[in-house]
Design a protein around this ligand. Structure first.
Ligand code: SAM
Length: 197
């Protein structure tokens, strides 16, 4: 986590990478669960650039959850975007509070991915969506990035798309993994909750 304290300005600049096409695609994947005025949680949302874009695109409320105060200090102020300090493994919010979760370039930073997924299932309503965008660690450039992150004290727990799909399914989120450009891929899954009756 210390890495993100000093890297916040860099990540702030890097976070501007989301293009109009990216935002349109991501909003399109989430829209089946997030209706206008709905609630989306951006876990590891950093400086909140994507959150602001998605709040506009979906006309929804977006909460940016991140454990790095320096990242959250860059979250753009707005009626529909809220910055919240906390980690994926212990989300400080009630059950069923969100229609969907989005996680971009952050899942491999979680130190306890098991606990994070359990929290996703808890805070997303039944029928809600979980969208994870992450990087496939197999290409050489990605292997180097992974080792760089580990040297900087990050966990570097990257998964291939196949591993991500299997990991989510084993914990109760069935979905699909699809390659995007370069090493990027997406996991999109639905949270099903058993009726308590
Ligand atoms: C590479 S940045 C990505 C930020 C943003 N999602 C984006 O795509 O631009 C990774 C973020 O994950 C956050 N992070 C690290 N560990 C986390 C955890 N356990 N729970 C939630 N967020 C975490 C970091 O503070 C950082 O803001």
């Amino acid at each position: 986590m210390g890495f993100f304290n000093w890297a916040a300005p860099l990540v702030r600049r890097f976070g501007d990478r989301f293009t109009t096409d990216d935002t349109t695609a991501i909003a399109g994947w989430l829209r089946p669960a997030v209706e206008p005025d709905g609630h989306l949680l951006d876990v590891g949302g950093g400086a909140g650039q994507l959150a602001a874009l998605l709040a506009d695109a979906l006309n929804a409320h977006v909460t940016v959850l991140d454990p790095t105060a320096q990242m959250l200090s860059h979250v753009p102020a707005g009626d529909r975007v809220t910055a919240l300090h906390g980690s994926a493994e212990a989300i400080p919010l009630p059950d069923d509070a969100f229609d969907a979760i989005v996680v971009t370039d952050a899942f491999h930073h979680f130190r306890d991915q098991d606990a994070a997924v359990a929290e996703f299932i808890r805070v997303v309503r039944g029928g809600g969506l979980v969208l994870v965008l992450d990087l496939d660690p197999r290409p050489l450039a990605m292997r180097l990035i992974r080792w760089g992150e580990i040297l900087l004290g990050e966990p570097g727990t990257f998964m291939t798309p196949e591993q991500m799909c299997a990991f989510m399914a084993a914990r109760g989120i069935e979905g699909e993994c699809e390659p995007l450009r370069k090493a990027d891929y997406r996991f999109l899954g639905r949270v099903e909750k058993r009726s308590e009756t």
